[in-house]
Design a protein around this ligand. Structure first.
Ligand SMILES: [Zn+2]
Ligand SMILES: [Zn+2]
Length: 631
């Protein structure tokens, strides 16, 4: 209750703003919280809202979002007060007043479910119907795209970090062994460890960001991986270097769009609502940038809706001078002539539009039919109407349904497509260079600004590729039986399946060894196997999927880890980030629970599956099996 009360206070303030500035468009619409409450109390809310809806259609407004939000909040309040019938009416009109608002569609079905809790399918409908609407609204679409991209990028980064950590754990002993050979003998064991740690955190010391650390580890331990793993790691690192910045740039584009003033106004002009105050601002924008097609076009559109026909014609006239065969401008200019009573001129414009784009100009055909009707040419009018229906029957039906003598309902106006608006936004976004640089800096630059970060990591990768062919430093290997680290510098012959001297002797000379010697060796082997298993178990808890990688399944492991973290991040995002009007929608709860259940299920499945995955080092080890040493 308290939540809704605070929302209502906010809306009342918003309404005050709208009514203060909306003198021209909304002079006839008296929207305020009090009269809504009065109509509810008098039981005439349905008539009251219907009259508002008709006024909205008269004004040519497609989505009147602030009022819909007020209605959604009111419907919730009525529900908690037990007034179900009024709540249903309010929720229905919230949806009708803003047909592109996902929250309104969802709320309508939510209220229907609350009215009869047995109708659970209403909740499913609500989700299904509101989801595609996300893509019709600027704010919702931008938020959704940002969320999905951010989750994708973060899941990729965590997966790469996981591969890096596995590589570090698996290969740090080998690397230290190699360091001991390379460094002068005087350096103590502790000295080598210190040097190793220093090398591992080198990128951080050089002032690079944490994001570089994991690709760097993979490069550092490159030579210890087998050929298949090297190929995969190479692809993963290159992908990371290119894909993650790209995702970051896309994320900031989707953050930029709803915050850009011009973009908001263009969307409002074409698909939303506007107040008198905003209209003046908008015209000023358009006059300042006369080469901006979208601004000029939209300025013409809103002026026509506001019955400023001369101004509208001025904007369209400029556009027609540049491109006389633009079918959208021709159609809308024709509508202005129509509204001014100049039917001949209107017909001329509609015909020009039809000639320019015969397959896309349902609006021009429809309006032409209206013009013919005015001139009593009913046969031509019928022909034009059927042409319009052929091209876009749905839109024609909608306009026939809302028919009235008002020019905003009698005639179809062309609008700028949503795709074109997104494209225009992209152009504006790329002009703001600093935005992209700041995104890059967030991820990849620490206090040392590395200007060619991508090139640096690629050079490192290439160097590794070339160097690994004749690598004389990183050559240590691990005995697959007992885990002892060795290399050709300290042990001349290493058996084909990598066994240390002791293990070779143990396998070959079973008869010559005493029980004591055999037991000691077995204890050593068991200890090694147990250690490997403990790591696998640990990874399967903390980094699910990575345990598969630990057992040698790098591709499968990465895929599973990515899936798990993608699901987990969906839950995290739902918990910690709130979209617009989140408390008026129930999809957060539904999706949050769904993803949480899936995350836990995947975690459990991976935990049990890892036990059946056999690693070539332990379970499939031929030598171990021949001795009956399998655990
Ligand atoms: Zn061994
Ligand atoms: Zn060695």
């Amino acid at each position: 209750m308290k939540k809704y009360a605070s929302r209502l206070a906010f809306f009342s303030f918003l309404m005050l703003l709208v009514s203060a500035h909306g003198s021209a468009a909304y002079s006839s619409i008296d929207i305020n919280h009090e009269s809504l409450q009065q109509s509810i109390a008098a039981g005439s809310v349905s008539e009251y809202l219907e009259s508002l809806y008709q006024h909205q259609l008269d004004n040519g407004v497609r989505n009147f979002i602030p009022f819909s939000l007020l209605l959604i909040t009111t419907s919730r309040q009525l529900l908690s007060g037990g007034e179900t019938a009024s709540a249903l009416v309010c929720s229905e009109y919230a949806d009708r007043l803003s047909p592109d608002l996902p929250a309104a569609a969802m709320n309508r079905h939510y209220v229907a479910w609350r009215a009869n809790r047995l109708m659970v399918h209403q909740l499913v409908y609500g989700l299904a119907i509101s989801f595609p609407k996300i893509f019709f609204s600027l704010d919702d679409c931008a938020y959704y795209a940002f969320k999905q991209l951010a989750i994708l990028g973060a899941a990729l980064m965590i997966t790469l970090a996981g591969i890096g950590i596995i590589s570090l754990v698996r290969n740090s002993r080998l690397f230290m062994h190699d360091l001991c050979h390379v460094m002068p003998k005087t350096l103590s064991r502790h000295g080598v460890i210190a040097l190793f740690i220093l090398l591992c955190i080198l990128p951080l010391l050089l002032g690079l960001s944490l994001a570089w650390l994991f690709p760097y580890w993979l490069m550092l331990f490159w030579s210890y991986h087998n050929v298949r793993e090297r190929a995969f790691i190479g692809i993963a690192v290159v992908g990371f270097v290119f894909v993650v910045p790209l995702i970051a740039i896309c994320c900031s584009y989707f953050l930029f769009m709803p915050q850009c003033d011009v973009q908001q106004r263009l969307w409002q002009a074409n698909y939303g609502y506007h107040t008198k105050y905003e209209l003046e601002d908008f015209v000023q924008y358009a006059l300042r940038s006369p080469d901006d097609y979208e601004l000029m076009f939209s300025a013409g559109l809103v002026n026509k809706r506001e019955q400023n026909y001369a101004t509208a014609l001025r904007f369209y006239g400029r556009l027609l001078k540049k491109n006389p065969s633009d079918y959208k401008v021709c159609t809308n200019a024709g509508n202005v002539y129509f509204a001014m009573g100049d039917w001949d001129h209107a017909v001329e414009m509609y015909k020009a539009a039809i000639a320019a784009a015969p397959d896309r100009c349902a609006a021009a055909y429809f309006n032409l039919a209206r013009a013919y009707q005015q001139k009593f040419m009913f046969k031509d009018a019928e022909q034009s109407l059927s042409d319009a229906k052929r091209l876009d029957s749905l839109r024609v039906e909608t306009y026939l349904d809302i028919y009235s003598e008002n020019y905003n309902r009698l005639l179809m106006d062309e609008t700028i497509s949503r795709t074109a608006l997104w494209k225009k936004g992209l152009g504006d976004f790329f002009e703001q260079r600093y935005l992209m640089n700041s995104v890059w800096n967030i991820f990849f630059s620490g206090w040392l600004r590395l200007p060619y970060g991508t090139l640096a990591i690629l050079a490192l990768l290439l160097l590794n590729l070339v160097y690994s062919v004749n690598d004389s430093v990183r050559i240590a290997a691990q005995c697959t039986l007992c885990g002892r680290v060795m290399c050709p510098r300290c042990q001349r012959n290493i058996a084909a399946d990598i066994l240390c001297f002791q293990c070779q002797n143990f396998l070959k000379k079973q008869d010559q060894l005493s029980y004591k010697q055999k037991d000691a060796k077995k204890v050593q082997i068991y200890a090694h196997i147990r250690l490997l298993r403990r790591w696998a178990s640990c990874f399967s808890i903390v980094l699910p999927g990575m345990a598969h990688m630990w057992k040698g399944r790098i591709v499968l492991g990465s895929f599973l880890a990515f899936t798990f973290f993608w699901l987990l991040l969906q839950v995290v995002f739902v918990l910690f980030f709130r979209g617009s009007w989140y408390d008026l929608m129930y999809d957060r709860t539904v999706y949050g629970c769904l993803y949480a259940v899936l995350t836990v299920a995947v975690w459990l499945v991976l935990r049990s599956h890892i036990r059946s995955v056999k690693s070539p080092d332990i379970e499939d080890n031929v030598a171990l099996m021949s001795l009956g040493l399998r655990i």
